[in-house]
Design a protein around this ligand. Sequence first.
Ligand code: OSB
Ligand code: MG
Length: 374
Amino acid sequence: MALEMKIERIELHEIELPLVHPFETSFGREFTRSCILVSAHADGLTGWGECTADAGPWYAYETTGTAWHIMAGFLVPAVLGQTVSTPADVVARFERVRGHPMARAGVENAVWDLLARAEGVSLAEYVGGTMARVAVGVSVGIEPTLDALLDRVAQHVDEGYGRVKLKIKPGWDVDVVRAVRERWPDLPLQVDANCAYTLADVPILLALDQFDLLLVEQPFHHDDIVDHAKLQAQMRTPVCLDESVHSPEHARWALDIDACRVINIKVCRVGGLTAALQIHDLCAERGVPVWCGGMLETNVGRAANVALASLPNFRLPGDISASARYYPEGQDVAVPNFELNADSTLSVPEGPGLGVAVLPERVAAARSRHLVCV
Ligand code: OSB
Ligand code: MG
């Protein structure tokens, strides 16, 4: 008999946590991280989702403010008091909402966790995951000097990370990648431009071909696929799209025109776990590898990422680093922490749902806004 749950209460918690190390990308330097946690309550169980919209519209157009508005005004009312048996019931209720993928993901993922807990299975099992450990790497931000960057990379290599991603931007690219490559000739390495280049910069990007990179991530405009296709046609290194793929349709359009040969799947950017699974399956059918991106999540979002990354077509290491890389000890909102295994993997939690426990006192300590919807 199919499980049925009536969603009795949904709460929104806007939180802010300090990063252990500032994180700089081509769009700016962050010292803290904001997000909205969503809790969905039914039958004495609670499911958690993390909406990774940040304080400002720098990575994507969504912010904590717009996501709050869309969730509180439209998404929460669409599911509150409703009976659901599968995540598809939630997706169907959100169909009228255009855009705002991060807001949708926050609510949808809370219901995924709730339903997996009710079924008594891990989220990894619930999504069809097959791997007990997922390969991971670390995303290294732009540093004030090349020496500081080399120190950071050395620290992470010493910690056991088997794959490194460097953030690049005009003026912080070929020479930086060359220096890292010279010091670590065999390190699996990739770069992420976060949209900082244009077609005029193709010669710079082609110069990266000499460094044997796993991929070059999102060099061009945040909505572009056409210019990326022009680059991929000339470039040996696989182009990987992040920002431009905000739905399964965008993924299909990008693959249809060979705009990329790898896709970074971020659960929130694509609108939730359902869409993430669809992109995974589409890429598997087309023989295109995917990997799991990160948005400096708390252990709530990280647990969802690890569950997703346990699917078979996640063939490249994810930006899912150990918890200690992100927030000071004792401040992340959920336990236990994710620890790096000696083979540069994280273990997939086996407990019900996300497999981590949210600590209400830690949520309350980090919280700047709270809404209870009944
Ligand atoms: O482009 O992948 C990105 C963090 C915030 C916004 C965008 C990106 C990132 C990262 C961090 O690279 C990855 C992580 O969570 O470790
Ligand atoms: Mg990226």
